[in-house]
Design a protein around this ligand. Structure first.
Ligand code: KG4
Ligand code: ZN
Length: 341
């Protein structure tokens, strides 16, 4: 039998510092340190994020190794997020990974964060199916909204994407309008569970078959709330659950409409979701229903692999390791990077 491969994954693209150790495709540890510091600013403050990564990275990596119960000398390679993301944040993970790989004299593997979200589906988990190629992945996060055709682990094609805001931004900006702290997506989800999604109607945008637009929806929500508050200053407090359910219902309907278009255009019925917004309970249950109603094979990531985490970076690193696809020590972080790069 082949020797087991141990990969340490490091993720620091935005506001979560994370480290994970995997053995082949199995996760041994996945430590995530969230940065509370941003919540009072209503969004991520890049300079504060970078500083917090610097404070967190050593203890987070140490904890990941301890939980996996292995020493750093057993590692086969170090995988890290090269981009896309905030430059100051990416640089912390990149420099740390480079120094560690150099010190241990083991391969360094650069990982595209967006590929990581998608390839998290290849983590070996007892209760999760691995997607069959080709599949369509709806990649929905705080920075991206894309429909990607995945023909192989590293053969991806963007079929459609947002022309303005990402869907996570639509959740977070709507939450901000309602006075909820950042990140607002999980809070909208929580309140929506107690509300009526048909209470208020918001207009869905008209954009190309597989493209998205969320900035108009956000403005529509803002004007609606301002108008209602002029009539009743307590409108938000009195109707928060219904407002959240109606916003979430509209967003999820937009996402499902686009997925149906993608299935129609490509004939592919293997459908995966990935990224932070794939934690949303409504999109998860709508996808499960689609298995029954439309005969789709759906792939829904385990909750802990939806929002930013290093296990997704480690599994992508593992798949690249199997291809001997290593980075040169001169590799640098890239703030902008397409999923296909
Ligand atoms: O993938 P991710 O952790 O970071 C990026 O790469 O952007 O995604 C973060 C986004 C945030 O906008 C957050 O509000 C959203 O994912 N999010 C959710 C939920 N959990 C996280 N949005 C809706 N419902 C959720 N349950
Ligand atoms: Zn992400």
């Amino acid at each position: 039998m082949d020797k087991p491969v141990y990969i340490l994954g490091i993720e620091s693209s935005c506001d979560d510092t994370s480290a994970s150790v995997i053995c082949d495709a199995k996760v041994l540890s996945n430590v995530v340190a969230n940065q509370e510091v941003h919540s009072k600013y209503g969004g991520v403050v890049p300079e504060l994020a970078s500083r917090a990564h610097q404070q967190n990275i050593v203890p987070v990596v140490q904890q990941a190794l301890e939980q996996a119960n292995i020493s750093k000398d057993q590692l086969s390679a170090i995988a890290f997020t090269k981009g896309p993301g905030l430059m100051g944040s990416l640089l912390v993970g990149t420099s740390f990974a480079k120094s560690l790989a150099l010190g241990l004299q083991i391969p360094l593997i650069d990982v595209n964060h967006m590929q990581g979200h998608i390839l998290a589906h290849f983590i070996d988990e007892a209760d999760c199916k691995i997607p069959t190629f080709p599949f369509i992945c709806l990649t929905i996060s705080g920075g991206h909204t894309q429909i990607v055709k995945v023909s192989n682990h590293f053969e991806m094609e963007i079929l459609g994407e947002t022309i303005d805001d990402a869907v996570g931004e639509a959740f977070d900006k709507s939450a901000k309008i309602l006075g909820l702290p950042y990140p607002g997506g999980p809070l909208i989800d929580k309140h929506a569970k107690l509300g009526n999604p048909k209470a208020y109607k918001f207009t869905k945008p008209k954009v190309g078959d597989l493209d998205f637009s969320f900035s108009g929806l956000k403005t529509g929500i803002l004007y609606f709330i301002q108008k209602q508050e002029r009539i009743n200053p307590n409108f938000i407090a009195e109707n928060l659950n219904d407002i959240c359910a109606s916003i979430q219902g509209t967003i999820v309907e937009i996402l499902m409409d686009k997925l149906k278009n993608a299935v129609k255009q490509t004939g592919i019925k293997n459908i995966a979701i990935a990224g932070g917004v794939s934690a949303n309970s409504e999109i998860r249950s709508r996808l499960l229903l689609a298995e029954k109603h439309f005969g789709w094979n759906t792939y829904i990531p385990k909750f802990e692999y939806t929002t930013d985490n290093a296990a997704m970076i480690a599994i992508t690193g593992y798949l690249k390791y199997l291809n001997n696809d290593y980075a040169d020590i001169s590799v640098t972080a890239k703030a902008r990077l397409k999923v296909t790069e």
